[in-house]
Design a protein around this ligand. Sequence first.
Ligand SMILES: NC(=O)c1ccc[n+]([C@@H]2O[C@H](COP(=O)([O-])OP(=O)(O)OC[C@H]3O[C@@H](n4cnc5c(N)ncnc54)[C@H](OP(=O)(O)O)[C@@H]3O)[C@@H](O)[C@H]2O)c1
Length: 264
Amino acid sequence: MARMKVLVTGGTGVLGRELTHRLRDHAEVRVLSRRPAQDTGSVQGDLETGEGLVAAVEGVDAIAHCASAADYRRPQRDVAQTQRLLDAVGGERPHIVYISIVGADRVPFGFLRAKLEAERLVEESGLPWTTLRATQFHDLMLMFVMRLCKAPVAVVPRGSLFQPVDVGDVAERMVELIMGQPAGHVRELGGPKVESMTDLIRTYLTATHRRRSMVAIPVPGRLRTAFGVGGQLLTDGDQGTVTFENYLRSRGTADGIIKHPYGH
Ligand SMILES: NC(=O)c1ccc[n+]([C@@H]2O[C@H](COP(=O)([O-])OP(=O)(O)OC[C@H]3O[C@@H](n4cnc5c(N)ncnc54)[C@H](OP(=O)(O)O)[C@@H]3O)[C@@H](O)[C@H]2O)c1
């Protein structure tokens, strides 16, 4: 039987890399990137301009849509980019598998609202679709924690709770969804443990053999909403297996130096 052809948007990103690596055992994978194509497994295209998208989607059986402008100031960019991808599909009928965020339907924060809008575009596209909502990746939490720990005193939002998940667990679930039948909204996926930002910072400081004072400050109304106090936790979903502590252990070196996952 011919191998399934899958386009992965965002295949060079934190999730996309893990997904692509696993998916190649099952399917012929094409990675969309703004960078020039390196080999036959990649294709150049830009969701912001639409350039290269028609060629990128041509002949694929499924699209894993993992690209994001990650622009918290202009979250509508992700909505427009999703629309451009759908427009490029034209007469083809690939299965679209979209990765969204837990809380998109209940946290009234611009970026999550935009994720919900993008989810709806996928649902109403007329294409077969599957959407998985995941909680924050450990990598993202590490980025926040590292930023907060740059200051001599880490200022931490009081009452903020997270349930970060390992991107490997998300990638594995995505592979199952891509190789399976279109399933609409599937069970959400989160990490095994609910932790406050203070907990996450303590774990990071221990792993990197550092010390920092912390001060927890109450967050005002709108920001409180943004942190989603509770809104970004799983209500009824599946839990991955890797805690933030285990994730740090797997990334850390013997001298306690941990590299920034988003590379900036
Ligand atoms: N991070 C989290 O905690 C989290 C949690 C739940 C869900 N999600 C969702 O999971 C997805 C992946 O997140 P991530 O953190 O892995 O992302 P990421 O590492 O920031 O990667 C973003 C990807 O998007 C691509 N991209 C950006 N702008 C593009 C454009 N104009 N045209 C084509 N490609 C473009 C980039 O490719 P090039 O730079 O190569 O062009 C890159 O591969 C996103 O939809 C995100 O909302 C994330």
